[in-house]
Write a protein that binds this ligand. Structure first.
Ligand SMILES: CC(C)(COP(=O)(O)OP(=O)(O)OC[C@H]1O[C@@H](n2cnc3c(N)ncnc32)[C@H](O)[C@@H]1OP(=O)(O)O)[C@@H](O)C(=O)NCCC(=O)NCCS
Length: 159
């Protein structure tokens, strides 16, 4: 069993910087809303030595937890799963009834991860990433496997 802990990330700028390094922007669109990961909630999975292993950037909107990003700093070690497992009770305590997550058309890892976790596909926003590019300068144009990034795919998990 892991001894890692889940804590609020004290400095959201750390998350925003990691998002910029990964995606070219600290902003994410979910449900055609733009969220700034420097401003919203962030929780991290930390090693016993205090190293950030994975983070989730999220906010609550109505009865939804909007999961703007889940990111494992080292993929393939179940850090993202452990983080979400730890966050589910917190999300339920907020009174939310479902989690809405988003990824892009190229992101096979995220599609596998979310669906292995139990999320179901809920929406396809064709061209959403292209449409938001003027508001999100620097957002990456090419993603996993060299696939051009154009579309947003939403997934949902009931709480
Ligand atoms: C997507 C991501 C968060 C997954 O994190 P992770 O810690 O590697 O995932 P886990 O190790 O917890 O994997 C959970 C399950 O998904 C599977 N999985 C995750 N990524 C996979 C991949 N690239 N290929 C195949 N299976 C994968 C795991 O095998 C595991 O399967 P299991 O249910 O049989 O145990 C990680 O790849 C990542 O940080 N990517 C960059 C950021 C990103 O794209 N975030 C999502 C959109 S915001």
């Amino acid at each position: 069993m892991s001894a890692a802990r889940i804590l609020t990330v004290p400095d959201k700028q750390v998350i925003a910087d990691l998002m910029v390094a990964a995606w070219g922007s600290s902003h994410m669109t979910v449900g055609m809303q733009l969220y700034d990961t420097a401003q919203i909630e962030a929780h991290g999975l930390y090693s016993t030595e205090g190293h950030l292993l994975a983070f989730a950037s999220w906010t609550k909107r109505g009865s939804n937890i909007i999961l703007c990003a889940v990111h494992a700093l080292v993929p393939g070690r179940a850090y993202a799963r452990e983080l979400l497992d730890g966050l589910l009770p917190l999300y339920r305590e907020t009174g939310a009834t479902r989690i809405r997550a988003v990824t892009t058309n190229d992101n096979m890892s995220a599609l596998i991860f979310y669906q292995r976790y139990g999320f179901r596909l809920s929406m396809l926003y064709v061209g959403a990433i292209d449409a938001y590019r003027p508001k999100v300068p620097g957002a990456r144009k090419v993603g996993e496997h060299g696939i051009p990034i154009h579309d947003a795919i939403e997934l949902e998990l009931p709480l």
